[in-house]
Structure formats: C-alpha cells, structure tokens
Design a protein around this ligand. Sequence first.
Ligand SMILES: C[S@@+](CC[C@H](N)C(=O)[O-])C[C@H]1O[C@@H](n2cnc3c(N)ncnc32)[C@H](O)[C@@H]1O
Length: 382
Amino acid sequence: MDRIINRIVRLIRRGYSRGMIISEMLDDIDIFSKEKLFEIAKCRIRGKRKFGKLAEKLFFDEDGLRYSTPPEVAMYRAKRLRYETIADVSCGVGIQAIYFAMESERVIAVEKDPVRLKLAQFNAEVFGLDNIEFINGDATSKDVAESIKADVVFSDPSRRPEEPVRYLDTLNPSPIKIYEIYSRITNRIAFELPPQISKENIILDGEKEYTSLNFRLNRLALYMGDLKSCDTSAISIPSEEKVTDRDKRVEIKKETRPLLYLYEVDPTLHKAELLENLMGKLEFDGHTLMVSRRRTLLTSDEVYESAFLRRYNILATCKFDVQSIKSTLKKLDVGKVTLRIDIDPKEYWSLRNEIERDLMGEKKIHLFRMEDRALIAERESS
Ligand SMILES: C[S@@+](CC[C@H](N)C(=O)[O-])C[C@H]1O[C@@H](n2cnc3c(N)ncnc32)[C@H](O)[C@@H]1O
C-alpha cells in the first residue's frame, strides 16, 4: 500500500492530472477505490503542514486528515488519560488512538467507516504498535458496546463543517449517547468537543479543558467522573502550563495608559473565561488595555513569564492615522510593521504597504490599535 501511495504522490508532484493518474491505475485495491487511493496520496502531501515529515508515511482520507488530532495535543491527552485499557470509540484514522497506545497498555479503537478503520490500522503499523484492538462498527450499537471493557472511554466525534451554533447532539457519535451507554462500564469518560461550543450547551458534567496549541485555541476536552479535577481549565501546549477555575481570581482594572510592557493574552483564556485566574496566579500588577474575543491586551511595568502571555516592549504611542504612525516609526528606526489590528484581510497588505513605504530602518515592530491611538511595540525575544 505504501509503495502505491508513494507512486501516486510522485505522479502528483510531477504535475499529472487527477484524471490521468486514476485512468493509469490498474485496479481498486482491496476496499480502496482508485479515487480513494488518489485522495490518500493527496492527503499525504497536504498532511505535511500538520504532521511534518511523518506525513510521508501516514495514511489519511480528507476528513481523517482534517479532524485528526495534532501530535502534540494527542501526546498530552494520552498522558492525561494514561490507564491500563482505554477505548477510543470513534478513532478516525487513529492518530489519537496511536498516542494512547504509546502510553497505555491496551487500546480498543472503534470506527464505523471501514476505509478509515483500515487507514488507522496502517497508521498503527507505521508506528510499530501492536497493542491496539481494532473494531469496525457503530460504537452506539449493542454489539459493540457489550464487547468493550475499559478503564477509560474516549470519543472525538465528527462534527458538521458548517454549523452556526454547536450542540452535543449534532455530533457523531453523540456524546450524550456515548455517555448513556458507556457510563455502565466506567465513570471515566472523556470527549473532544468543538472548541467553539458554548459552556451552556455542554450539558454533561465534567472538566472543560480548553487546549491551546502555539497560542491558539485548538481543542476542548471534557473529562467526566474521576477524570474531572475542576470545572474549567486551560492548558497551553507544548509547555503544559495550566490555569484552572480553582486558581484565585483577581479582577484587573481597565485603563488606557500604557506602562513599560504590553502583554498579549492567548485567546484560549478568553474563551475559557480564565483570564482573572491567570492574573491571580501570576499576582499581576497592571491593567487591561483591551479585552475582546479576538484580542486581549494587558500592560504592566513588571516582567511576567507565562505561556499564555506574549510580552512586548512598548516603544511609543501616537494618533492612529497613517501620517502620524509613519513619522513615529521613522524616528524609531523601523523597517517592518506587523499589523495587529482588526482589519478586513483584503485591506491588510494595502495598509501595511502604505505604512512601510519609505521606512528604511532595522527594527521590526507590531502595531496595535486602542480606539484612536496607535501603540507601537517590539516583541521580546523575537
Ligand atoms: C473526528 S474523527 C476522529 C479523529 C481521531 N481522534 C484522530 O485523532 O485521528 C471522528 C470519527 O468518528 C467516526 N464515527 C462517527 N460516528 C461513529 C459511531 N457511531 N461509531 C464509531 N465511529 C463513529 C467517524 O467516521 C470519524 O472517522
């Protein structure tokens, strides 16, 4: 299989069309149609962004790749859910199940789509793992449910790509059903939920763990029963720094006056509603300049280290108009400007080019906007 996929990858890279490659193939292979083989090869190329060089050996279909767990998150999740036997009852192409198998003794991986299950089996072979038992079936069916004995049950359900409001019962399999069925064998049940779902719509009780990957909200896990350690938490991957609702909350006042340092806050904390808990944990002395879903900015004269904060030196402020910004940037010896403002993506480059025109300096700065003021800041250690 690997040889066949690699051959298609080479043909795609040489520029052959989909139609040409499919017509050249001799036959379907096992349960894989020629179209599916082409799709798997395409995903191997696209998978590089998420899986780096490893993607060259792995097997994905379109949805399997899109919804597969990033390796850094899968590794963290596997460590948190390390028990003797874990059942992943909607395993997709098996990425999370594979990381479970690196940490736990035994994994049971269920998938209803036979093609995807086969891809998961291939992927387990790539990792040289033989402690995963694969089951092709519907995790909500009596047959499958009765055959599973595990210390932990985990499910990362499929979601509809477009859905303005997320609910548990539109996920597949529905976490509500999985909970009803599997709470008979264990109270340790965990779900991966769409991170944008509102807290009110998570109608199962458990710890909601908002997972940030490289300063962006990436996942939301729900840990039930004995797996729960608080009501809400946020974890930053790769550092594994954690904030929870049990950390003391400290309200920070809003003011417009910038101090020495600017701190950009990981948007994951806003979604998790844990900003005040981080402030309490850090004993933050300063104030907020801006709080919103997309951007939260704090300022302080003190230095704080946290994976949830990015620190900048504030260099200057001025009126937010192109002429004032340009003349301030010239005085500061600036050459490159990253705009950190809410702007229509189509207009980003025209504004940036306009600001950067005639700037010959060495410095790279970030430009923020607070109402009618521009805030010019330089990233520490960038
Ligand atoms: C989001 S993917 C899982 C991705 C996986 N965690 C990974 O890291 O690669 C969800 C999978 O659940 C499967 N699924 C949906 N309903 C199911 C059911 N009732 N029983 C078993 N699998 C199901 C879908 O076919 C899909 O492959």
